[in-house]
Design a binder for this molecule. Structure first.
Ligand code: TIU
Length: 237
């Protein structure tokens, strides 16, 4: 099996790339572009942009190697039947979930704002998990998908660090999946929450997971791909 060493904190890790997946959390127009949910909550969406290029480099490297790539989107049905009233009623009624904005209805599946940004758009065949909550495991088939494919390690990227990334990592940790959060591939509307969100994951010997920079990992994955290593588990003929 193609193995790689990841210079993570709190300690380096040895990863079997065949049992690893890249999960990119909620890189949606609604969070990254003006006029969406993130902006409706009063945030400066430009603070999330620095994560886009590192995510793209990691996505390209994972694709080159044939590593499983999973995308997630936070959002709700048009009738809001899967949205807790508590979540919908938050904030100014003109800018709530389901309200009309410049990118369609805010955080509603099928609307332009709900879709993933062009730079990181999923390829045909890459699973997209539509989730109603912050965590990617809550009310989705993500766990089933990972177990069926023998995945035990997740490289985690996306937004925002302390909300949907942290919630997903905590859910994964409770289910026995090892998470390696790619620090520069994540971002927050609150830089101090980004730092604290990463610190919380790797504290106490990696209580929820590990944190690593993406650049050395991208280089290692690219080298594996150049050597012709395939991360795909052998399939019986
Ligand atoms: N508001 C905020 O920081 N995040 C969210 O509402 N969702 C995600 O993090 N995806």
């Amino acid at each position: 099996m193609p193995r790689l060493t990841v210079e993570a904190e709190p300690a380096p890790l040895c990863v079997d790339s065949a049992a690893a997946a890249l999960i990119i959390i909620d890189m949606q127009r609604d969070f990254l572009e003006p006029g969406g949910f993130g902006a409706a909550l009063g945030n400066d969406v430009s603070l999330l942009r620095p994560a886009v290029a590192p995510c793209r480099a990691m996505l390209d490297a994972a694709r080159r190697l044939g590593m499983l790539v999973i995308h997630t989107r936070e959002g709700h049905r048009p009738d809001l039947s899967d949205a807790p009233p508590l979540k919908v009623e938050r904030g100014d009624p003109r800018h709530r979930i389901g309200a009309r904005g410049p990118m369609g209805r805010i955080l509603i599946r099928g609307e332009p704002g709900h879709d993933i940004i062009a730079e990181l758009y999923p390829l045909a065949g890459e699973p997209v998990i539509d989730k109603p909550g912050k965590g990617a495991f809550y009310q989705t088939d993500l766990e089933l998908m990972l177990r069926n494919r023998g995945i035990d390690t997740l490289f985690v990227a996306g937004v925002t660090t302390e909300v949907c990334v942290n919630t997903t990592v905590r859910e994964a940790n409770d289910r026995g999946f090892r998470c390696i959060v790619l620090a520069d591939c994540c971002a927050s509307y609150f830089p101090e929450f980004h730092r604290a969100g990463l610190a919380m994951i790797k504290a106490q010997g990696g209580i929820f997971g590990s944190v690593a920079p993406s650049t050395p990992l991208v280089a290692a994955l690219t080298e594996l791909a150049a050597r012709g290593a395939t991360p795909l588990r052998a399939v019986s003929a």
